[in-house]
Design a protein around this ligand. Structure first.
Ligand SMILES: NC(=O)c1ccc[n+]([C@@H]2O[C@H](COP(=O)([O-])OP(=O)(O)OC[C@H]3O[C@@H](n4cnc5c(N)ncnc54)[C@H](OP(=O)(O)O)[C@@H]3O)[C@@H](O)[C@H]2O)c1
Length: 199
C-alpha cells in the first residue's frame, strides 16, 4: 500500500513508520520540519499543497498533534483553542481535504489518547480534544464508507514517561511499538468507526 504518515518523525510516528516499512508498504512521510513533504496540517493552504504533491494514497495515518496539560484553573481560552486546532481540527482537516485522494476501501487512521475515557488531573484540554477526534471518527465512518476511518487511543507512551508520567499515576503505559501495531490493525484490517484503545 502507499501510505502517508503525518508526524512520522515523532515518538509514535517513528515506530509506525518503522513497522509500515517492515510490512513492505510504500511510505510518504510528512511533518512541519522534516519528512518527504513539509506541511503543517493545521494550515489549510499547506494541506492543499501537500495533497497536490502527494496525489493518491491507500492509507492516511496521523501520529501528529499537540495538547496543553495544565490544571483547569490555569488553562486559558487560548490553550483550549491551540489544543483544538493543533490536535483535533488539524486531523479533521487532514481527513476532510484527503477524501478525494483515498480510494474506496482506503483508510484514515488518526491519533487521540486515553484522557477522553480515563480523565487525569491537568488533562481536561486533552480529554476534550481527544473526545472530539473520537466522535469525529465514529460519525465520519458512516459517511465516507466504503473508505474506512479509525482512531488509535493510547495510554501514556513508555517512551514518554519522563515527560508525562507524573500526569498518569498508576496508569499502565504502552510501548510505541504496540501503538504502531494499533495503526497496523487499522490500516491492514477491516474495522471502521472504531477507537482502538491501547493497552
Ligand atoms: N506521548 C504520549 O505519551 C502520548 C500518549 C497518547 C497520545 N499521544 C498523542 O500522540 C501524538 C504523537 O505524540 P508523540 O509523543 O509521538 O509526539 P511528538 O514526538 O511530539 O511527535 C509529533 C510529530 O508530529 C509532527 N507534527 C506535530 N504537529 C504537526 C502539524 N500541525 N503538522 C504536521 N506535523 C505535525 C511533529 O513534527 P514537526 O514538529 O516537524 O511538525 C512530530 O514529528 C500526539 O497527538 C499526542 O497527543 C501521545
Amino acid at each position: 500500500m502507499r501510505i502517508i504518515i503525518v508526524g512520522a518523525a515523532g515518538k509514535a510516528g517513528q515506530a509506525v513508520h518503522q513497522l509500515m516499512r517492515e510490512r513492505g508498504h510504500d511510505i510518504v512521510t510528512v511533518g512541519r520540519t522534516s519528512g518527504d513533504v513539509r506541511c503543517d496540517i493545521s494550515d489549510e493552504a499547506q494541506l492543499a499543497r501537500m495533497w497536490q504533491q502527494v496525489g493518491q494514497v491507500d492509507a492516511v495515518v496521523s501520529a501528529a498533534g499537540e495538547v496543553t496539560y495544565a490544571p483547569i484553573g490555569e488553562l486559558s481560552a487560548a490553550d483550549f483553542d491551540t489544543s483544538w486546532k493543533q490536535k483535533a481540527l488539524a486531523q479533521i482537516n487532514l481527513v476532510r481535504t484527503g477524501l478525494d485522494h483515498v480510494p474506496p476501501r482506503g483508510s484514515f487512521t488518526l491519533i487521540s489518547g486515553i484522557p477522553s475515557r480515563d480523565p487525569v488531573i491537568s488533562g481536561v484540554a486533552a480529554a476534550t480534544v481527544n473526545g472530539a477526534i473520537e466522535s469525529f471518527v465514529r460519525a465520519a465512518a458512516i459517511e465516507i464508507a466504503p473508505r474506512r476511518i479509525n482512531a488509535v487511543s493510547p495510554s501514556v507512551f513508555t517512551e514518554s514517561l519522563d515527560d508525562f508520567g507524573d500526569y498518569f499515576p498508576g496508569f499502565a503505559p504502552v510501548d510505541v511499538a504496540d501503538v504502531a501495531r494499533g495503526f497496523q490493525k487499522a490500516v491492514e484490517g477491516a474495522a471502521t468507526g472504531e477507537v482502538i484503545a491501547l493497552p
